[in-house]
Design a protein around this ligand. Structure first.
Ligand code: PEP
Length: 249
């Protein structure tokens, strides 16, 4: 049985003052919860603040992206070892906002995935189709291609050190979450595709759902057999809402 996981993605939000209150609120709210693991992914400048507040709590922290390189001249980038230096244990890779707005491709996302693993970080690897792709019945083709971009390069065993996320693009930031059955269908597809290569890894894979998760819909989504937790965007910016989602698992 996979241990459940709830990840908060703060995106490009926060400042030192608001972060302190939010981090303390989340820590207080999940302190006595044991049913899942909890992770917050913050913007780079606040990772050290996260480290100082979250260390010795049951909330881990991570980043939202990383360079695929170490020790090269790459102005403006942040290397995997710098994340480790800031106590990160997780990093989001291939989020749809980066795939769309920053021209992330299957190749560049795969390189970042590998760099994270090499540094000892757990990649939180995002996959999902656009509205048009869903309406054209391409969901399995797109998600399968994104998943294969990792399995083909690094082997199915790489997945046993990663978190997978199904995040349909049409549900991210829209208040239009996938229904539990829509999400379950894709999660089951992902698990079966992994099982073609390795049944044990498929059974133990932690596959999160992301896209407009909210205290009002989390319980029904988390009740689905192949959904092992969630990636939470906007509701991770409100301690009460985030804790309420954590209580829904
Ligand atoms: C996200 O950005 O990963 C996300 C799921 O956002 P939201 O929960 O706001 O839809």
């Amino acid at each position: 049985m996979q241990r459940k996981l709830i990840v908060g993605n703060w995106k490009m939000n926060g400042n030192f003052v608001s972060n302190q209150l939010l981090l303390q609120g989340i820590v207080a709210g999940v302190r006595d919860l044991h049913q899942a693991d909890y992770v917050l992914c913050l913007p780079y400048p606040y990772l050290h603040q996260a480290q100082s507040i979250l260390q010795q709590t049951n909330v881990a922290w991570g980043a939202q992206n990383l360079s695929a390189n170490e020790d090269v001249a790459l102005t403006g980038s942040v290397s995997p070892s710098m994340l480790v230096d800031n106590g990160c244990t997780y990093v989001i890779v291939g989020h749809s906002e980066r795939r769309i707005l920053s021209h992330e491709t299957d190749d560049t996302a795969a390189a970042r995935f590998n760099a994270a693993l090499k540094a000892g970080l757990t990649p939180i690897f995002c996959m999902g189709e656009s509205k048009d792709e869903r309406e054209s019945d391409w969901t399995e083709y797109i998600v399968g291609r994104q998943l294969d971009s990792i399995m083909r390069r690094f082997g199915v065993h790489a997945l046993s050190h990663a978190i997978l996320v199904y995040e349909p693009l049409w549900a991210v930031g829209t208040d239009m979450p996938a229904t539990p059955s829509q999400a379950q269908e894709v999660h089951q597809f992902i698990r079966k595709r992994i099982a073609r290569c390795d049944e044990h890894i498929a059974k133990n894979a932690r596959i999160l759902y992301g896209g407009s998760l909210h205290p009002n819909n989390a319980r029904d989504l988390f009740a689905m057999p192949d959904i092992n937790g969630g990636l939470v965007g906007r509701c991770s910016l409100d301690a009460q809402a985030f804790v309420s989602i954590c209580l829904s698992i």
